[in-house]
Design a protein around this ligand. Structure first.
Ligand code: NAD
Length: 470
């Protein structure tokens, strides 16, 4: 039976301006663009399209606010972050509903993962704000200045929290550019910042597209660029951000490795969580299943059974496991990869769920018969599509797991602790989960190797990205 969460808790404006210097400022060009609900294709609201003048105004506001904010005692900055965290908790239902409306993710995920983790991030970095000198003993630290922060659409509020919380704790001021398809929770966050009494200009939010982001990261008034998004854009940003401190959190193609001695039912849950959580729009998604040959058949039988019981549909329904694909563009990209997989000779299996008529939908899918050279095994799809590859020995598993341009995350499923430790030392991945997957905590650093980027977010390491440590 359907159990939809009420949308009435969200008060949407017809249109949103930029948030600059603590005020709502109309776009200099007068242009707005629509943000839609991907589950219905209905327009939710219009948001300002940021151009050079808007970016310039936001950077200017951040520069003006910088001396005051960075000179505040750390304990005072901490208090402001604690207030933001608490208000996020108080307004969590409103944020969760809005996140699911604008992004298409199941309410269960925005309610239980995105919003609580965003609040937890502010809580965690609030605690560091007056202890920065202890984070780097014997060294002196100072903020970098104005941070330009560009984020993607898969975890909109959470990515904003990952960027803002450490930057603010360290005494920087910020200009945040949310993704074009999911700007609404960042704009609601502006309201929380005001409610928390944050000084004007400490956080500025400019909405827009890739052009807006490009203008922001190359602005001469910016000292630090923090980008989360695709590897292609990350490379371009790196070329253009000469002279600035840069951290890049990019794509992934994680291996989820299941050994024959693993608890298979538990592993199936981990595989489902690894690739179908958030419709596979997860940088660290376990998008390659590496399964030991001896258990491949029984594992896939269990996986098919589990997939056929996943509930796909209304993101606001509390029963929903798989929501809408974030945009028409992303759906086309996933469909193209499906065609590529079939053309490469891999065999497709799709969950037997009906797709709603309106909106952007794609069923949980896996491909077998995938070889290392297939594009399905090498390229990030960013959708609910799993590439299944078999292996015989742990050495072969390591070799196959590392055979990718990326290195963000991995999973290992086995009964043997010794096997976990042996594998850990050989995996080229920033995060390795053992007998679990997609577990996040603000105290734990997250980031990649190779084309997955550099720099760490979360934990004490996340402070280093926003400080000049001498
Ligand atoms: P994207 O690179 O297309 O866009 C990300 C952001 O960058 C958006 O706000 C966009 O407007 C902006 N942008 C686009 N072109 C730009 C340019 N030339 N200069 C500056 N900004 C620009 O990525 P996406 O499709 O929104 O997100 C999906 C990607 O993000 C995936 O590759 C995923 O793996 C990655 N991701 C990585 C992490 C991580 O922590 N490593 C987390 C989430 C997502």
């Amino acid at each position: 039976m359907a159990a939809p969460e009420a949308r009435t808790i969200v008060q949407l404006a017809d249109r949103y301006d930029h948030y600059i210097g603590g005020e709502w400022v109309p776009p200099s060009s007068g242009k707005y663009f629509a943000t839609i609900d991907p589950s219905s294709e209905g327009v939710l609201s219009e948001v300002a399209l940021g151009e050079e003048a808007d970016v310039g105004a936001a950077v200017h506001a951040a520069r003006v606010a910088l001396p005051g904010w960075s000179a505040l005692p750390g304990a005072e900055r901490g208090k402001a972050l604690f207030r933001i965290a608490r208000i996020l908790q108080e307004r969590s239902r409103e944020f969760a509903v809005l996140e699911s409306m604008d992004g298409g993710k199941p309410i269960r995920e925005s309610r239980d993962v995105d919003i609580p983790l965003a609040a937890a991030h502010f809580f965690y970095y609030a605690g560091w704000a007056d202890k920065l000198e202890y984070a780097f003993p014997g060294r002196s630290v100072r903020p970098l200045g104005v941070a330009a922060q560009v984020i993607p659409w898969n975890f909109p509020l959470l990515m904003a929290a990952w960027k803002l919380a450490p930057a603010l704790a360290c005494g920087n001021t910020c200009v945040l550019k949310p993704a074009e398809t999911t700007p609404l929770t960042a704009l609601l966050l502006a309201d929380v910042l005001r409610q928390a009494g944050l000084q004007p200009g400490v956080v500025n939010i400019v909405t827009g597209d890739g052009g807006t982001g490009a203008g922001l990261v190359r602005h001469p008034g910016v000292d630090k660029v923090a980008f989360t998004g695709s590897t292609a854009v990350g490379k371009e940003i790196y070329r253009r951000a000469a002279g600035k401190r840069v951290t890049l959190e990019l794509g992934g193609k994680a291996a989820n490795i299941v050994f024959e001695d693993a608890a298979l039912d538990q592993a199936v849950e981990g595989i489902v969580n690894g690739i179908y959580f958030n419709q596979g729009h997860v940088c660290c998604a376990g998008s390659r299943l590496l399964v030991q040959e001896s258990v491949a058949e029984s594992l896939l039988r269990k996986l098919r059974h589990r997939m056929d019981h996943l509930i796909l549909g209304d993101p606001l329904d509390k029963n929903t496991d798989v929501g809408a694909i974030n945009s028409r563009e992303q759906l086309s990209r996933i469909q193209e990869y499906q065609a590529v997989g079939v053309a490469e000779g891999a065999e497709i299996y799709q969950a037997s769920c009906a797709l709603p008529e309106k909106g952007y939908w794609y069923p949980p899918t896996f491909f077998t018969g995938v070889s290392q050279s297939h594009r399905l095994a090498q390229e990030e799809i960013f959708g609910p599509v799993l590439a299944v590859i078999t292996f015989r020995t742990p050495e072969e598993a390591v070799e196959k797991a590392n055979n990718t341009p990326y290195g963000l995350s991995a999973g290992i499923w086995t009964d043997k602790g010794s096997k976990i430790f042996k594998m850990l030392g050989k995996m080229r991945a920033g995060v390795v989960w053992a007998n679990t997957f997609n577990k996040f905590d603000p105290t734990s650093p997250f980031g990649g190797y190779k084309e997955s980027g550099f720099g760490r977010e979360g934990g004490r390491h996340g402070l280093a990205a926003y400080l000049d440590v001498r």
